[in-house]
Write a protein of this length. Structure first.
Length: 123
């Protein structure tokens, strides 16, 4: 968390909190992984707010910011047990570039790594 906290103040980072009635209901964080590659981290939306377009707006904001800050690629990782997240990334043009068996939260699953190339007119 210390690493992420340090990245939040970097000029090429973006941290957004979605609110409903002044209560936080979700968040998303974009940070530089390299000079040309950005990574989405901490993308979370409370279950009651999923499927309402909030996640799509958050994702659109970070992809737009990544493009404005001249990143060439956006990366994000999730797990196959989150099919809604996988569909959301794929609807934005992210492509699965790797999968790996993983144990998280005490469960066996597969981590799916996605990339979106920002050159060539995506979004």
């Amino acid at each position: 968390m210390d690493l992420l906290e340090g990245q939040m103040s970097e000029a090429r980072s973006l941290y957004l909190i979605a609110e409903s009635g002044r209560q936080p209901v979700g968040c998303i964080f974009l940070s530089a992984e390299t000079a040309t590659v950005s990574r989405i981290r901490l993308f979370y939306l409370e279950e009651a707010y999923r499927g309402r377009g909030t996640g799509k707006r958050l994702l659109n904001a970070v992809v737009t910011t990544a493009r404005e800050k001249e990143f060439k690629t956006v990366r994000v990782s999730t797990f196959d047990r989150h099919p809604e997240a996988c569909r959301l990334y794929e609807s934005f043009g992210f492509e699965a570039v790797s999968t790996a068996r993983s144990k998280a939260f005490g469960k066996d699953m597969r981590q799916v790594d996605y990339e979106l190339l920002l050159v060539g007119g995506n979004l």
